[in-house]
Design a protein around this ligand. Structure first.
Ligand code: COA
Length: 676
């Protein structure tokens, strides 16, 4: 997924990239290049296999650095990308600006030269700007606008004891995984096709625990766990009844057993029920980022609050034991479908302030959520990592829990554990802070009430069908999304699809833009705006899929243009150069306003990820293609009169059906032709 990529507005550039180390989070920020250099030390063992460079079969070598694309290529691709979404006149204006920018001896050439120099000096030239633009300078509240939610397969809890047993296993599974992470010993992910076998960058995995996003008045900071000053955290935070408890999971250098964890969790549940708190602190993390930065300043004037906040910020992860949401009882083993929408709501926003929205701390990278009705999943702060790393972790956890459940049953916990009772975090709230919480409460409820989500399992086909047609399933789905948008609105729109650039050191994502001229022509032919025979429609579909596939390959091999243009713009700003006109041009704004924000998050298990739309009049479309079905989560905002998740979902299914029917008719025609 993406958050709204900042447009060409000229905003002051913060001195830092917003990435700090845990040890100096309240002090001076680390210089960006220092942070980036820190991560260059990782080397990737090719496990004795040859990589694509057969003349240099080195077994221990760093990944390649993200290349800087040729300026000419980026400008051509940029123009191509806006062709289907801006008017002819606007296109001509933009073409002139691009020509001026890219001319020999022009500003583009100068900035490109400087960018190439800069790229020599850092591990990944794009990341600092990308992270700021995509996340840290986005001032919208984290829930629904930025943090994705993920729903795990439902569990069956007979009683509270069973829920807490599951929670204890989950904690153990996470700590198990963290041991591997701390040793930097995860098996290296590999590319599956398009130069299969190439290793992928694993840095995102290593940030999953103990990262934290601190709100800022200009930009947020992503606090990294790489400090040698602070000791490794040995506690998690358990949120229960809107209170936060410090649960030490390592005591005297030893990890707590599942039995001890269970005892401690029981104590937390009991204590939290005995002493309800009048003020719901967690709601502060639901605020707009600038408001939260101000509220945080007010909060930490009091040392008790500063200490409590510090415990949350430095914890390994947050575990939320949720109050009942009134969901129907979980049907274990039933495949995820539309009736599981409430589970997605619980993971994304907690159901409003009367339910669990305050039983969260949205700034923490990983929040695991367990309801008392068998619902479980997570909410994660997106800036340290893409969904792929989170999915791998979750699949490890679910396998761990499953194997432990079958291996041995937990014995009955002793009623009184010898460990000290987990400590509840204390807060001393000023009138101002109480008012901040109240403001957050009102806004969060409004935000939750505005959220329009439709979940559906499309079962007519999955990845298998496009593959049988020799088409990329991802491209097939993307073209179906374009066709759907055209079907509803009569035009295409700027579309974001995350494309992983993990083939390169510190690679994150670039943008596969699906609103191509080819997709437009195909959609027009399908709704009758362009006259075409069945065979011609099929040709148009193949052309659209091919173009989408080519753009995808360009992006994953480091030739995407979005990051490149962003780099040129930000470099101009940093060098004190005038910001080139192409960035204040309407086309650039338009092209970075994503009415369709999409991403594929592939899981092997029946789990799914979901997120909100990134603009007020747009859609978020997450999809998870399995071999014979596809899970879709379509989101929009109820307050927008021109969007409806239900309409989009229904039309999307119609588009998928129509595309399959077209392929089938075309192959029948082909076969008849061959027989004749
Ligand atoms: N004919 C037959 N089969 C094909 C095909 C063709 N023309 N093209 C692709 N396939 C097959 C592939 O071999 C693959 O097979 P598998 O299921 O056996 O593995 C399958 O179809 C899926 O391929 P495809 O749909 O083309 O692409 P993909 O799964 O590699 O995904 C991206 C493409 C862009 C989603 C992926 O490269 C990526 O970047 N993923 C990360 C996205 C991300 O970061 N998401 C998280 C955001 S929070």
């Amino acid at each position: 997924m993406c958050t709204q990529v900042a447009n060409g507005h000229q905003r002051p550039m913060p001195v830092s990239n917003g990435v700090t180390s845990a040890g100096n989070q309240r002090g001076a920020k680390r210089a960006p290049s220092e942070y980036m250099n820190h991560v260059t030390t990782t080397r990737y063992v090719a496990n004795g296999e040859l990589d694509d460079d057969i003349h240099n079969p080195i077994q221990l070598r760093p990944l390649p650095r993200l290349p800087v694309p040729l300026l000419h290529n980026t400008l051509v691709r940029y123009l191509q990308s806006i062709r289907a979404t801006v008017s002819r006149e606007q296109y001509d204006r933009t073409e002139n600006l691009v020509r001026e920018f890219g001319k020999t001896g022009g500003q583009g050439e100068y900035l490109q030269e400087k960018l190439l120099e800069y790229a020599e000096s850092v591990t990944n030239w794009s990341n600092r700007w990308w992270l700021n633009d995509m996340y840290l300078k986005n001032h919208l509240p984290l829930p629904l606008n930025s943090n994705p939610g993920m729903v795990f397969p439902k569990q069956h809890f007979r009683d509270e004891g069973q829920r807490l047993r599951f929670a204890a296993k989950l904690i153990s599974g996470i700590l198990d995984y963290k041991v591997i992470i701390d040793a930097r010993a995860l098996p290296v992910d590999r590319v599956r096709y398009c130069k299969p076998g190439q290793p992928l960058c694993m840095e995102q995995y290593y940030r999953l625990f103990s990262s934290y996003r601190v709100p800022g008045e200009v930009a947020d900071s992503l606090v990294s766990p790489t400090s040698s000053v602070m000791p490794e955290p040995e506690h998690i935070i358990v949120a229960c009844n809107n209170q936060f408890f410090v649960l030490d999971v390592i005591v005297n250098f030893k990890r707590l057993s599942e039995q001890d964890l269970l005892s401690q969790l029981k104590r937390i549940v009991d204590v939290s029920a005995e002493n309800p708190q009048p003020h719901v602190l967690g709601l502060l993390s639901t605020m707009g980022r600038v408001e939260w930065a101000h509220a945080r300043k007010r909060l930490i004037k009091v040392s008790t609050n500063r200490d409590s906040l510090d415990m949350i910020e430095r914890c390994i992860f947050v575990l939320c034991l949720d109050a009942n949401m009134g969901n129907p009882p979980a049907e274990v083993g039933k495949p995820i479908d539309a009736d599981d929408e409430p589970l997605a709501h619980q993971m994304l926003h907690g159901g409003g302030t009367a339910l669990n929205s305050g039983n969260r701390w949205f700034d923490k990278t990983m929040q695991f959520i367990i309801g008392d009705d068998g619902t479980c999943g997570l909410n994660y702060e997106h800036s340290p990592s893409e969904g792929v790393a989170v999915v791998q972790l979750v699949e490890h956890l679910l396998r761990y829990i499953d194997s432990e459940t079958h291996k041995r049953k937990l014995t009955r916990a002793q009623s009184i554990c010898e460990l000290p009772c987990p400590r509840v975090l204390r807060w001393k709230l000023s009138e101002e802070s109480i008012q901040d919480i109240e403001t957050a409460r009102i806004r969060m409820d409004r935000h939750v009430g505005d959220f329009d989500l439709k979940l559906h399992r499309y079962t007519k086909f999955g990845k298998g069908f496009p593959k049988s047609q020799n088409m990329s399933p991802d491209a097939f789905i993307q073209i179906a999304l374009q066709f759907t948008y055209y079907r509803i609105y009569g035009h295409l729109t700027s579309t974001y699809e995350s494309a992983s650039t993990r083939r390169f050191q510190e690679g994150r994502v670039d943008n596969i833009r699906a609103a191509t001229v080819e997709a437009l022509e195909f959609a027009r032919s399908m709704v009758g705006d362009r006259v075409a025979t069945e065979a011609e429609k099929m040709e148009l579909l193949r052309a659209a899929i091919q173009q989408q596939t080519d753009i995808c390959i360009m992006n994953i091999t480091g030739q995407g243009f979005d990051c490149h243009l962003l780099g040129l713009r930000e470099l101009a700003r940093e060098l004190g150069e005038p910001i080139p006109d192409i960035f204040s041009d309407e086309s650039y704004h338009h092209s970075n306003y994503f009415n369709l924000s999409t991403s594929q998050v592939l899981t092997k298990l029946d789990t799914f990820m979901c997120y909100g739309a990134v603009v007020p009049d747009g859609y978020g479309a997450a999809y998870n293609p399995h071999e014979d079905y596809i899970l879709f989560a379509i989101a929009s905002w109820k307050s927008c009169p021109t969007t409806s998740s239900e309409v989009f979902r229904d039309k999307l299914f119609k588009s998928l059906n129509d595309m399959r029917a077209l392929c089938k008719r075309a192959s029948t025609l082909n076969n008849n032709h061959i027989v004749k």
